[in-house]
Design a binder for this molecule. Structure first.
Ligand code: S3P
Length: 161
């Protein structure tokens, strides 16, 4: 059974994923990294060259590949919930966790390299408002009220084991 992490850009999916991977001795894959490796380009380059729709197709291919893995921690891009087929694939082989981190904390993160966000407070709020229902709908467990990545990883590990 995989562990699947969903949530907003800057909600700590990669950090929590690394901690879980270390703690549970499970490999970690990141769908953004899979997209970049397959395209041999960075995400900002892909958005600039091909636009969001082409990125979403690449993301769906990465999600399919990740979903075929076993006993792996899968960190996803923040927009993975925009396609139900992504979430069908991921939840078919994994337990989906949503880290519902406070928007104020998300705003404090470095969003350079995130073409859809760009660090703009209004934009983060807008994305959060658009997506919150999707994150909640697709998560088997919502992890809220955790201040640190360590606390979030602790809770997820306890539920998973
Ligand atoms: C996106 C989030 C990014 C990345 C891409 C689009 C989004 O991943 O997939 O820039 O739509 O929220 P992170 O959530 O890891 O930043």
């Amino acid at each position: 059974m995989n562990i699947v992490l969903i949530g907003m850009p800057g909600s700590g999916k990669s950090t929590v994923g690394r901690l879980l991977s270390q703690r549970l001795g499970m490999p970690l894959v990141d769908t953004d990294a899979l997209v970049e490796a397959a395209a041999n380009r960075s995400i900002p380059e892909l958005f600039a060259a091909e636009g969001e729709a082409a990125f979403r197709d690449r993301e769906t291919a990465a999600v399919r590949a990740a979903s075929a893995l076993e006993d792996t921690v899968i960190a996803t891009g923040g927009g993975v919930v925009l396609r139900s087929e992504n979430m069908r694939a991921l939840s078919g082989t994994g337990l989906v966790f949503f880290r519902d981190r406070a928007v104020e904390d998300i705003m404090g993160e470095d969003h350079s390299g995130r073409p859809l966000v760009g660090g703009d407070r209004e934009r983060i709020l807008q994305l959060y408002t658009q997506r919150i229902d999707l994150y909640r709908k697709y998560a088997r467990y919502t992890i809220s009220g955790t201040k640190t990545a360590e606390e979030a990883a602790d809770r997820i590990a306890t539920i998973y084991l």
